[in-house]
Design a protein around this ligand. Sequence first.
Ligand SMILES: *[C@@H]1O[C@H](CO)[C@@H](O)[C@H](O)[C@H]1NC(C)=O
Ligand SMILES: *[C@@H]1O[C@H](CO)[C@@H](O)[C@H](O)[C@H]1NC(C)=O
Ligand SMILES: *[C@@H]1O[C@H](CO)[C@@H](O)[C@H](O)[C@H]1NC(C)=O
Ligand SMILES: *[C@@H]1O[C@H](CO)[C@@H](O)[C@H](O)[C@H]1NC(C)=O
Ligand SMILES: *[C@@H]1O[C@H](CO)[C@@H](O)[C@H](O)[C@H]1NC(C)=O
Ligand SMILES: *[C@@H]1O[C@H](CO)[C@@H](O)[C@H](O)[C@H]1NC(C)=O
Ligand SMILES: *[C@@H]1O[C@H](CO)[C@@H](O)[C@H](O)[C@H]1NC(C)=O
Ligand SMILES: *[C@@H]1O[C@H](CO)[C@@H](O)[C@H](O)[C@H]1NC(C)=O
Length: 811
Amino acid sequence: MDLVMQEVFFLFFFGSLAISAETSSSQKLEPTTTYIVQMSGISMPESFKSKLNWYSSVLNAVKLHDESLQQQQQQQQLLGHASLLHIYTTVFHGFSATLTEREALALQNTPGVLGLFPDKLKQLHTTHTPQFLGLNPVQGLWPESTFGADVIIGTLDTGIWPESLSFKDQALGPVPARWKGGCENGTDFNVSSSCNRKLIGAKFFCKGYEAMAGPINESLELRSPRDSDGHGTHTASTAAGRDVFPASMMGYAAGTARGMAPEARIAVYKVCWAQGCFDSDILAAFDQAVSDGVDVISLSVGGAALVPFYLDSIAIGAFGAMKRGIFVACSAGNSGPEALSVSNLAPWVTTVGASTLDRDFPADVLLSNNASFHGVSLYSGPGLGTQLLPLIYAANASAPGDPFAASLCMAGSLDPSLVAGKIVLCDRGITPRVAKGEAVLAVGGAGMILANTESDGEGLIADAHVLPATAVGALEGAAIKDFIKNTVNPKALLSFHGTEMNVKPSPVVASFSSRGPNGQNPEIMKPDLIAPGVNILAAWTGDMGPTGLATDNRRVSFNIISGTSMSCPHVSGLAALLKAVHPSWSPAAIRSALMTTASILDNTHGGMQDEATGNISTPFGFGAGIVQPQKAMDPGLIYDLGVEDYVSFLCGLNYTDAMIQLIINHDDEEEGATAVSCTMSAGDPPPAATPLLLPQQLNYPSFSVIFNQVSSSSSSILSTKLTRTVTNVGQARAVYTATVLAPEGVTISVMPSTLSFVAVNQKLSFTVQVNTSSVKSLVPGDFLTVFGFLTWSDKIHSVQSPIGITRQESF
Ligand SMILES: *[C@@H]1O[C@H](CO)[C@@H](O)[C@H](O)[C@H]1NC(C)=O
Ligand SMILES: *[C@@H]1O[C@H](CO)[C@@H](O)[C@H](O)[C@H]1NC(C)=O
Ligand SMILES: *[C@@H]1O[C@H](CO)[C@@H](O)[C@H](O)[C@H]1NC(C)=O
Ligand SMILES: *[C@@H]1O[C@H](CO)[C@@H](O)[C@H](O)[C@H]1NC(C)=O
Ligand SMILES: *[C@@H]1O[C@H](CO)[C@@H](O)[C@H](O)[C@H]1NC(C)=O
Ligand SMILES: *[C@@H]1O[C@H](CO)[C@@H](O)[C@H](O)[C@H]1NC(C)=O
Ligand SMILES: *[C@@H]1O[C@H](CO)[C@@H](O)[C@H](O)[C@H]1NC(C)=O
Ligand SMILES: *[C@@H]1O[C@H](CO)[C@@H](O)[C@H](O)[C@H]1NC(C)=O
């Protein structure tokens, strides 16, 4: 999950995988793994009646083939088709199954098998935002799109809490007739009472999860579409929640809660469970969502490791969706502010980073020397009064054992006699922020100051702590520690100030939001754009308190949480609105409209800042900028892309035809079985071959130039040309002029610098030439990126693209 609780997940993740590995080896059988197997869509032997028939036979053949596995085989036969998990029919042809490594190898060489890869675990990445983004009920995108009515948004997440008022169907028209999906009964989920004209689909996918992580613990989570976590309910209502008034999280952020596309329909596909979300289940959900007929897919999930697109379930599933005109938005990840941390990198996915909004929850620290520090909190219980209380650094209150664990306020690490009645300063990291509060409360602490460490920087996340507590930045934390160290009887007071509005500057790029460059193919800049993802109010599950702690017995209808998980559904909802206004636009056109109209300024009209440094951010932080939906409705020009462009791009990445086939699945009856064949040389491609496109030449709405410097090179001038084609979607007659903002030391020229359109949907091309000199200070492997901007303007529209210029020293 791209919820900013990474701290939690890392713990669960390592713990649980270790356990499942042990169970499988203790069975004295060869260990098995789930594999996702891609089959040819056209070469099914005629002797088989159905795909299921064929796949079972292929699977049985490799199993029987392996004599030494007879015992396991018999066991599995007793379990029926236990080893066949999901059948995929839409985003690609194939199945997932539990196999031993030997079986997987045998399967690889079976006719009809195109490829296979092992299942991996992914993690979830976590409203006043409509107003903040400029949406207006009486003018512009909302009324023009009828608030997204009849657009269907599919969310792949932890399920849904159907009773939330955000999902009521009052005054909504009938379910769109083209909808082929539906809801699925399950534990505590009754289709007849849970689904309605708002929540039109609800299914769950756990076969892959259970095969790898063991049976779902039904006392903790439900084998049904019902959300016992909260994340899925939050993201779905952010994308498409109805108006709910009054809404607040225990008094904080009070007002009307509302999603981006409040009339859009929601279909939920539950793929994430206690330990995360498996590729095989994610793919099954993509497959289902696409065949059900969703228009937009929202996926706030990501994997940590960089994997090529042909091994990445999200890239594969999203390609299948894009092929059918479905817009896919994914969270960028919460691994910022480190460079190269952005995930979900496929160029057919819209990758969303996170910003703050102009709302804050101040909770300040006053020290006994009268120094005061700004913090944030969503604590809502009784305060600590106006008396200063003794203050201690947790590292100085260690129970016998581990002072490092104590500094982090890990459960059981603190000495009650040193902590009782005091305010305890805890360092952020390893355990969930709210769990530290729980640990302090458990040993009698009166309050907590949660201090960022240097690696967290100054980014603050407000939490619904279980005791009076506030979060402060790294500089503040260091100053308070200094004070404690140098003061006899240090004391402090915490004061909570509720909800503050009109905070300046905002938006600011969230510290945790994952940053570029793109580690997979740096010629495509990622993230694409940002949307609000800090302290977002949206609907919550009734099964879990606002902190997500097992001991938190509070129940809230709305919760405030942070993460690129929260920013992603904003973009999904906006895409649904744009789809309603422009039904013929491709997913790339919708993304282009959102990107080229985005803003790189904040509400003080200055350049958008980076929360981690306080400096002006860059396109590696904000991509094309923060979305401005009212402008995206009428972008003037779009940079469009279709399936063939992406295939040429993959050819240009030097993927083999077979690898590309795994991603694009053109091996399909309906599509005339055009297997891909990249042309390996320039010049006229042979008929039916796909021309090769250098990755930087993909018709993307942002530009990224990579110069690989060779130290020995005599020429110090680096030069390259990028070509783009824009489509006129504004007035038929329009004259656009290019304006370039080039960074120091770089010349950028645009040819032609004027584009004169005479028709709607007319396409015109231009080139951007980037010249610069090499940078001698770089060491091999190091890179330096500077940024410029290109803006096409016809005086009505402003079509802006970031340009990244990277100089990298070759090894
Ligand atoms: C769900 O369960 C209810 C009650 O048992 C039943 O009436 C209904 O047909 C079931 N619906 C589906 C889609 O299985
Ligand atoms: C499901 O909900 C319907 C409508 O509220 C109700 O009539 C039915 O009894 C419920 N079924 C079960 C199994 O709870
Ligand atoms: C399921 O969760 C409950 C509550 O945490 C726990 O007591 C129980 O041991 C778990 N069961 C299994 C099989 O892990
Ligand atoms: C803090 O401020 C109070 C009130 O303004 C004042 O009485 C007190 O002397 C100050 N203490 C220190 C340590 O400056
Ligand atoms: C408190 O802990 C810090 C860091 O571990 C240490 O430097 C300092 O000496 C300790 N102070 C006391 C009074 O123990
Ligand atoms: C922030 O900006 C200052 C002044 O331009 C610069 O010295 C510093 O290196 C920048 N910090 C980061 C982390 O980029
Ligand atoms: C692809 O291979 C060609 C020829 O070896 C090379 O010039 C080019 O840089 C490679 N492209 C990528 C993206 O690796
Ligand atoms: C950029 O470099 C190219 C090739 O070296 C050269 O032809 C062109 O004139 C240069 N353009 C500018 C604006 O310097």
